[in-house]
Design a protein around this ligand. Structure first.
Ligand SMILES: Cc1cc2nc3c(=O)[nH]c(=O)nc-3n(C[C@H](O)[C@H](O)[C@H](O)COP(=O)(O)OP(=O)(O)OC[C@H]3O[C@@H](n4cnc5c(N)ncnc54)[C@H](O)[C@@H]3O)c2cc1C
Length: 420
C-alpha cells in the first residue's frame, strides 16, 4: 500500500488525525517521532520505502543536547526547537496521536484516540521517561522557585536564570543512578555555571556540590583525568557513589545517600539542579515487548541487529531499546543506519546481517568554550572515530565548536534527513 500523506504548500507535513474506531495499515509503522524515529524514517525513504507512518503526539521536535547549553547560558531556548511538521520527511505519514498498547498477535498498535493501526514492521522508539515523582519532594522542588534541570525543556532556561543571578550560597547538582539518556549530560550545566561564576569573580563565594552515583566521575580513565582536573580547578565538592534520596523544598534541603557506605547527609541549598531517575515509558512496560521479568521495561532487542528476538516484525532503537550501550543521540545515529539496512534486507527476503558496534559518545562541555569528548563502547573502552583520539579526549576548543556550533546544524540538516 502506498502512504497517503499530505504536504502543505510550504513543504511541511500535515498531521493525520484518526477518529475513534478508525483503522489503517502501514508497511512500516514507527512509534515516536523524536531523534530516532525521524532519522530512521528519512533513511528508509532514501531506501525507497513507500509506506511509512510515524506516530508522534507533539507538535514540536526538540534537540535535547542543546538543553544543557540553555541551562548553562550558552544557547537560547528557541534554538532547540523545530515544528514536527517541518522535520517529518516528505512522503512519510505523521499520525498525531499517542501509542497506548501493542498487540503483537494481531500486529496492531492501539492509539489514545481509540483508533488502531496494523503494520508489517513496527519500529518502537518513544524515548525514555523522566520519573520526577520517584524521589520524594523532587517534583515539588522543580516546580518551586529554587529548582531547575536541563532534562526538561521548560526547566532549562530557569536553570540559567537561577545561575546567573547567584553571587553566593550553595548549589547542589545531582545525577541519578540507573538508565539515563546521555548520563554525562547531568554535569554539563555544572561546568558551564562554574565557568560563568569564575568569570564574574563570584565562584569563590559559591559552594558547589555534585552528587554522582558512580565511584568515579565518569568511568573512563582519560576522561576522568580531564574532568577531575576541571573539578579541582572550579573547587567542586564531589560526592561519589551518592544518590539523591529526598528533597524538602520548603526547608530547601536535600538528603543524599552514599550507596557504598550507607551514610546519609543533609545539605541546605539555594539552588538545586537535579536530573531525574529515568525508565521506559509507562505504557511500554505493560506490553509484551520488554523481556519477561525485566522491570526496566525497555524493548527487548538483539543488541547487534536491533530486531526483537520473539517478534521478528518488531524493531527498536534509541533510548527505549534495551541495547547494551550508554543511551545517546550519537549511539542511535549508528543504530539508525544498522536498523534501516537490516529492515531493507528483510523486506527484500534477505537475512539482516548489519551489526551495531555498540558505539556511544558524550561530549562533556567543561567550560564556556571547551569540551572533553568521550567516545566509547558498551564496556566504556575508548572507541575513537577520529584519528588522534587522545587529542579529542583532552579539553579542546575545537570539540566545543564541533559540539555547540556544528552538531546542531548537522542534526537539523543531515541526521534528521537520513544523511548522516
Ligand atoms: C539534557 C540532555 C542532553 C543530552 N545531550 C546529548 C549529547 O550531548 N549527545 C548525545 O549524543 N546525546 C545527548 N542526549 C541524548 C539524546 O538526546 C537522546 O539519546 C535522543 O534524543 C533519544 O532519541 P529517541 O528518539 O530515542 O527519543 P526522543 O528524542 O526523546 O524521542 C521520543 C519521541 O517519542 C514520542 N513519544 C513518547 N511517547 C509516545 C507514545 N506513547 N506514542 C508516540 N510517540 C511517543 C515523544 O514525544 C518524542 O518525540 C541528551 C539528552 C538530554 C535529555
Amino acid at each position: 500500500m502506498r502512504t497517503t500523506t499530505s504536504t502543505a504548500p510550504t513543504g511541511r507535513t500535515v498531521p493525520v488525525t484518526l477518529a475513534s474506531g478508525e483503522q489503517r495499515h502501514h508497511q512500516v509503522l514507527i512509534i515516536g517521532g523524536g531523534n530516532a524515529g525521524i532519522s530512521l524514517a528519512a533513511r528508509l525513504r532514501r531506501y525507497r520505502f513507500k509506506d511509512i507512518a510515524v506516530i508522534e503526539p507533539k507538535s514540536r521536535h526538540l534537540y535535547q543536547p542543546l538543553f544543557s547549553h540553555i541551562a548553562g547560558g550558552t544557547a537560547d531556548a528557541f534554538e532547540a526547537v523545530r515544528l514536527q511538521s517541518a522535520v517529518t520527511p516528505q512522503g512519510v505519514a505523521w499520525i498525531r496521536d499517542k501509542a497506548v498498547d501493542v498487540s503483537t498477535d494481531t500486529h496492531t498498535v492501539l492509539l489514545e484516540s481509540g483508533s488502531a493501526i496494523t503494520y508489517d514492521h513496527l519500529v518502537v522508539c518513544p524515548g525514555i521517561q523522566n520519573d520526577w515523582s520517584s524521589i520524594p519532594g523532587l517534583k515539588e522542588a522543580m516546580e518551586g522557585p529554587h529548582g531547575a534541570s536541563n532534562y526538561e525543556y521548560e526547566l532549562a532556561p530557569k536553570a540559567w536564570d537561577l545561575f546567573r543571578g547567584m553571587t553566593g550560597g550553595t548549589v547542589v547538582f545531582t545525577q541519578p543512578s540507573g538508565p539515563a539518556s546521555c548520563a554525562g549530560a547531568a554535569q554539563k550545566p555544572l561546568y558551564l555555571a562554574c565557568d560563568h561564576w569564575r568569570r564574574e569573580g563570584v565562584l569563590k563565594d559559591i559552594r558547589v556540590v555534585l552528587a554522582v552515583p558512580t565511584p568515579t566521575i565518569f568511568g573512563m580513565e582519560i576522561i576522568d583525568e580531564e574532568l577531575n582536573r576541571k573539578i579541582d580547578e572550579y573547587g567542586i565538592e564531589v560526592r561519589f557513589s551518592t544518590e539523591l534520596a529526598s528533597v524538602e523544598p520548603q526547608a530547601r534541603t536535600v538528603q543524599l545517600l552514599n550507596t557504598a557506605t550507607g551514610a546519609a547527609e543533609t545539605l541546605s541549598y539555594d539552588v538545586l539542579h537535579a536530573v531525574p531517575p529515568q525508565s521506559a515509558p509507562q505504557w511500554l512496560k505493560t506490553t509484551d515487548l520488554p523481556a519477561p521479568g525485566n522491570r526496566a521495561g525497555f524493548v527487548e532487542v538483539d543488541p547487534l541487529i536491533l530486531r526483537h528476538p520473539r517478534f521478528p516484525e518488531v524493531w527498536s532503537l534509541g533510548d527505549s531499546a534495551s541495547t547494551l550501550n550508554s543511551k545517546s543521540g550519537a549511539a542511535l545515529r549508528t543504530q539508525a543506519k544498522v536498523l534501516a539496512k537490516n529492515l531493507r534486507a528483510v523486506t527484500r527476503g534477505r537475512k539482516p546481517t548489519t551489526k551495531y558496534n555498540q558505539y556511544s559518545a558524550c561530549p562533556f562541555v567543561v567550560s564556556r568554550n571547551t569540551v572533553v569528548f568521550s567516545e566509547f563502547d558498551d564496556k566504556y573502552s575508548p572507541m575513537p572515530t577520529v584519528p588522534g583520539w587522545n587529542n579529542l579526549a583532552r579539553e579542546r576548543r575545537l570539540t566545543f565548536i564541533a559540539e555547540r556550533v556544528m552538531l546542531p546544524k548537522i542534526y537539523w540538516n543531515l541526521i534528521l534527513r537520513g544523511l548522516a
